[in-house]
Every structure is written in structure tokens, then in C-alpha cells.
Design a protein around this ligand. Structure first.
Ligand code: PMP
Ligand code: GLN
Length: 378
């Protein structure tokens, strides 16, 4: 067989979680909570199953869930999305991203991504025959140099992929970025894929800059979101995509043959649970507390902390301690110190190594404390 993705291996999340399990390490690598999702939500799903909601959902998702999603977006960002034509329920953020890219990217279309970037974007673009134009951002602040983005644009640029809050850098887009972006795409035929899976995990009183807040960006954007981050149930693989009707129409042409529809009882459970906005409005303070606690702990180690404006990831640099490759250090820390992390070089096409590791802090306080205790010895 001729590989369609000859340079793609197994995703780092699988590799590091497997290693953590093999050696019995505390797993701060792959991003998922080590505590359970709300029991009330589980109860809603069970009720839906017992009621007999066990057959195919409509292709675009249960209408009651799409309505709840549209209301949430309206409440948070003042944007109107029509549940019939502009909201689709997906099997998590990953499927939404894949579907959006495959719906609109043709061979030789150029897509701009910012590295370090979440690892699913580039392979998906390449699979469609698209060309990845990556721009490497500089630590520790990883700000987007918009003048350089402008220089990357050609008449083949079809899409820019944004991710705010960003995985793995934990940075967010600010109003200045939005102003630059608006100016950049004005009068250009460029779409935006905005990966907003961490929309609620924005700290220090900052506002999440959803594309839905800005009409001139909304009209050209696919916005992808994951319930796994919202309700601490990454294993449910449920999310959604928002897009203007003309883009959503193309999205659904792929969606209907990729999964057709997503599992019914969990959609029903989430639709019921979402009615109360308090189920998600407290998330920022819930995670900010974890961030602050984990950062205070890490201050006692020799690692240097990078800023964390959002998401549930904390990056640290160690270049002043060792010149070891980050992939080697991540493996050694897992085996010798029993704490697993993600080496940030894997999120670059060129494997650029700034000697930075990413830790996930969506964990119980005692897990974080135990990890810190071990990291102090490094
Ligand atoms: N985008 C980013 C930036 C992510 O971190 C993740 C996974 N945590 C996803 C997309 C995928 O979300 P899901 O697990 O719902 O597929
Ligand atoms: N998004 C999660 C992370 O960055 C993991 C997703 C996955 O395992 N595919 O750790």
C-alpha cells in the first residue's frame, strides 16, 4: 500500500498515555480529567436510553440539542445561528475539524496554520491535497506576527486555522489580534477554521474572542467546539460545528457520509443539561483555581513557567537546565520521575525544539500535588 500520509506516525497523545500507563506514571500528558463528569448529566443520558432514545439521531443532530447550542452562542457572543441550517452536532472536535477541512479544501489550496499547532490540522489538510503553510510562533508569548501572516497569503490561500485558547501554548487571541485579522481577510476569499474547544477556559477576567463575536469573521468561519472540555467527559466524543449556511451545507455533505449522525442518548442528555447555563459558566474559575495551584507548585521546581492565559495546559521550559531533546526528556521524566508530559516539538512540522514541555492540569488537586513533589526532584 502506498501511504497517503507517509510522514505521519502515531499521535503523541497515544504514545505518551501508553508509556505513562506502562510505567505507572502520573499522566499529565494527554489532556483529559482524572475526575468524573457530573452525575446529573450521566443520569440524563441514562434516562434518555431508558425512554428509548436509542435509534439514529437526525443527520445534523437532535434538534433540541442544536437549539440549546444556538441559545448558548447567542447568550455568550450575541450571534444568531439557525439551528436548522447553521449548527451540526459532531463526534467531538476532531471530527468537526476533519469535516470542515475536507468539505472545502481542494488539491493545492493553501492553509495557514500557527505552530506549535494541535496535531490533527496538518495531516487533514495534506490528506485533502492541500498545502500547509505554517508560521512558527516564538515562545514565551507566542503572539501572532500579523505582518508575517500577510506575507504568507497568496492567491491560493483558502483558509486560516486559529485556535483560541491555544493548545499547546495556552495563549489566547486578544482584541488587537481580531482587529488585525479583520483587516487581513477583508475583501479576500479566505475562510477561517476557528478551533474553540477551550472557549470557557479563559483566565484573569479576559474575554474569549470567538469568531462569533465579530460579524465580519463569523460569516467566513467554521467554529468547532467539544463537549468533552465543557463537561469533563472527553470519552463521550461529542461536539459541534457552527458555520454560516452556505459553508454548513458543504460541511454536511461530508458529515453525512463520515458518521451520518452522532449517538442519540448522549445528545439528549446534554441537551437537557445545557438548559442551565450554570453548568458551564463556572468553568473558568474552576480551572483557574487549578492553574494557580499547579503554577504555585511548579514555582518550587527548577522549571521556568510560561504564561497560561487559557486552556488546561501549562508549559514549562528547561533549556537552562539541560540541552536534552524535549522528546527525550519527556520520556525520561515519565520513566525515571513517573510524571508524563507532552514535548512541544511534536507540534511543529520541522520538529522545532525550544526545550518546552506541556503539562495538563485538568486533574484532582492531590494528583497535581503528587506530580509537583516528583518534579521538584528533577
Ligand atoms: N482541538 C484541540 C485544540 C484540542 O485540544 C482537542 C482535544 N482535546 C480537540 C480539538 C479535539 O476534541 P475532541 O476530543 O472533542 O475530539
Ligand atoms: N486534545 C488532547 C490533548 O491535547 C488530546 C486529544 C487526543 O488524545 N487526541 O492532550
Amino acid at each position: 500500500v502506498t501511504s497517503k500520509l507517509p510522514h505521519t506516525g502515531t499521535t503523541i497523545f497515544t504514545v505518551m498515555s501508553a508509556l505513562a500507563q506502562e510505567v505507572g506514571a502520573i499522566n499529565l500528558s494527554q489532556g483529559f480529567p482524572d475526575y468524573d463528569c457530573p452525575p446529573e448529566l450521566v443520569a440524563q443520558v441514562c434516562e434518555a436510553m431508558q425512554r428509548g432514545q436509542n435509534q439514529y439521531a437526525p443527520m445534523a443532530g437532535l434538534i433540541e440539542l442544536r437549539e440549546q447550542i444556538a441559545q448558548k452562542v447567542e447568550r455568550l457572543y450575541g450571534a444568531t445561528y439557525n439551528p436548522d441550517t447553521e449548527v451540526t452536532v459532531t463526534a467531538g472536535g476532531t471530527q468537526a475539524i476533519f469535516t470542515a477541512i475536507s468539505a472545502v479544501i481542494h488539491p493545492n489550496d493553501e492553509v495557514i496554520i500557527f505552530e506549535p499547532a494541535y496535531d490533527s490540522y496538518a495531516p487533514t489538510i495534506r490528506l485533502m491535497g492541500g498545502v500547509v503553510k505554517s508560521l512558527e510562533l516564538e515562545p514565551p508569548n507566542y503572539r501572532i506576527p500579523w505582518d508575517m501572516v500577510r506575507r504568507l497569503i497568496t492567491n491560493r490561500t483558502r483558509m486560516i486555522i486559529l485556535n483560541t485558547p491555544q493548545n499547546p501554548t495556552a495563549t489566547i487571541l486578544h482584541q488587537e489580534d481580531i482587529d488585525q485579522l479583520v483587516a487581513l481577510v477583508k475583501n479576500q476569499d479566505i475562510m477561517i477554521l476557528s478551533d474553540e474547544v477551550y472557549e470557557h477556559l479563559v483566565y484573569d477576567g479576559n474575554r474569549h474572542q470567538s469568531m462569533a463575536l465579530h460579524p465580519e469573521l463569523r460569516d467566513r468561519s467554521f467554529i468547532t467546539v467539544s463537549f468533552g472540555k465543557l463537561f469533563h467527559n472527553t470519552g463521550w466524543k461529542l461536539g459541534y460545528c457552527l458555520a454560516p449556511a452556505k459553508l454548513m451545507q458543504e460541511f454536511r455533505k461530508i458529515h453525512q457520509y463520515l458518521v451520518f449522525s452522532v449517538n442519540t442518548p448522549m445528545q439528549a442528555g446534554i441537551a437537557a443539561y445545557l438548559k442551565d447555563e450554570n453548568t458551564y459558566l463556572g468553568l473558568a474559575s474552576f480551572f483557574q483555581q487549578k492553574r494557580d495551584h499547579f503554577r504555585a507548585g511548579l514555582e518550587q521546581t527548577r522549571f521556568k513557567l510560561l504564561p497560561c492565559e487559557g486552556s488546561y495546559f501549562q508549559c514549562v521550559s528547561y533549556g537552562h537546565m539541560s540541552s536534552e531533546k524535549d522528546t527525550d526528556l519527556a520520556i525520561r521524566l515519565t520513566k525515571e520521575f513517573k510524571v508524563a508530559s507532552i514535548p512541544v516539538s511534536v507540534f511543529y512540522n520541522r520538529g522545532t525544539d525550544h526545550h518546552i514541555l506541556r503539562f495538563c492540569f485538568a486533574k484532582r488537586q492531590e494528583t497535581l500535588d503528587n506530580a509537583v513533589e516528583r518534579l521538584i526532584k528533577v
